[in-house]
Design a binder for this molecule. Structure first.
Ligand code: MUC
Ligand code: MG
Length: 385
């Protein structure tokens, strides 16, 4: 007997500005606030799915901004999606990809919401639509990015004491090269074997900067160097990988399966930072991971510092990957001063623990979200990244 048709009835988007717990300094921007782009899809069977399309530093990190994500969903995606079959997220997203170029973050937000709704409909966790969970927990690193060495060491000590994180990624690239290297080495020396230290340069260095620093980092026991050179410089990244002072991770260079294939073909990285938003959604991220596995490139679960929705969507997918040699950095909600969930995500014993409920398995606190919305009538807070 054919199933009754279930349509996509309504799509709402909202910009939700949430202050960060401290300034988060990257080479490209200093964040005092994160803007979550939340998408809510209502289907004709009454099921509501949620997705998120969050980026970093307005337009500082990538070519989509929170405002463009919202506008493009409202203006282009929504009219096409409305009335389509809600029980076929893959078909709906194939149509979106056919009709609209780029807009990976907008596509990710919509795709997440459609899969969340479909998983709820089938009464299974989202992970079960992507091959099924291999684990109920993913290890989570923390980013030290206050910009001050002493403060970063104190923060790391607190995280170790609380057994929340034992892997620390340092954001560098904004200061003079020698200052950055001294900052990293001082933190590693303070933590010793109790904490693993990695660095993320967010494209700020030249290849020769990276060669100079990598030798020093190798001697100091730094575990990983993330995206030292420009995203477009695949050849430079490949040469640094070949040099192999410290393992190299591709992040901004990796904007979906096409880049994954190109980087894997030239063995331009030891590790891929898999991100659902950068990959244009969960399906794209799953393809990136498959390409990495086929090429014997290690996996790392990346973040765009999303709130709870994007973080849980990522965790649901990463839980299906099997071995993730470098863990994840799914700490986004912990960087924010306000939780948008009725019950917060469970971070314990250096890991994020996945819920068992259907779909994303989280319950959103819509009252609080309303209060934080940029266009809320009560809304006092306007984002300045
Ligand atoms: C990035 O480039 O990896 C992830 C953690 C963090 O602090 O920034 C992000 C983006
Ligand atoms: Mg990065």
């Amino acid at each position: 007997m054919p199933f009754p048709f279930i349509g996509i009835e309504k799509i709402e988007t909202m910009l939700v500005d949430v202050p960060t717990i401290r300034p988060h300094r990257l080479s490209v921007a200093t964040m005092n606030c994160q803007t979550l782009v939340i998408v809510r899809v209502t289907c004709t069977d009454g099921i509501v799915g949620c997705g998120e399309g969050t980026t970093i530093g307005g337009l500082a990190y990538g070519e989509e901004s929170p405002e463009s994500i919202k506008t493009n969903i409202d203006t282009y995606f929504t009219p096409l999606l409305k009335g389509m079959d809600a029980s076929r997220p893959g078909a709906a997203m194939a149509k979106m990809r056919d009709c609209f170029q780029g807009n990976r973050f907008a596509k990710c937000a919509l795709e997440t919401a459609l899969f969340d709704a479909q998983a709820q409909r089938l009464n299974v966790p989202l992970s079960e639509l992507f091959g099924g969970r291999v684990t109920d927990r993913v290890d989570v690193a923390w980013t030290l990015a206050s910009g001050e060495t002493g403060r970063d060491i104190d923060e790391a000590e607190q995280m170790l004491d609380r057994r929340r994180h034992r892997v620390f990624k340092l954001k560098i690239g904004a200061r003079a090269l020698a200052d950055d290297v001294a900052h990293v080495i001082a933190i590693k020396q303070a933590l010793g074997d109790r904490g693993e230290v990695r660095v993320d340069i967010n494209q700020a260095w030249s290849e020769s900067d990276a060669v100079w620093a990598a030798r020093r980092f190798a001697d100091a026991g730094i575990g990983l160097i993330e995206q030292p050179v420009a995203a477009s410089d695949h050849a430079g990244l490949a040469r640094l990988t070949k040099l192999a002072h410290v393992p190299i991770m591709a992040d901004e260079a990796l904007r979906g399966p096409g880049d994954a294939f190109a980087l894997a073909s030239t063995r331009a990285a030891h590790v891929f930072a898999v991100k659902i938003a950068q990959s244009g959604g969960l399906m794209g991220a799953a393809s990136v991971a498959s390409i990495a596995r086929a090429a014997h490139i290690d996996l790392y679960g990346g973040t765009m510092l999303e709130g709870a929705i994007g973080t849980m969507a990522s965790a649901q997918l990463f839980s299906t990957f099997g071995e993730m040699r470098w863990g994840t950095e799914l700490f986004g909600p912990l960087l924010l001063t306000e939780d948008i969930l009725i019950e917060p995500l469970r971070y314990e014993n250096f890991a994020l623990h996945l819920p068992q409920g259907p779909g994303l398995g989280i319950a959103l606190d819509w009252e609080r979200i309303e209060r934080l919305r940029r266009d809320s009538k009560r809304g006092a807070f306007v984002a300045m990244n």
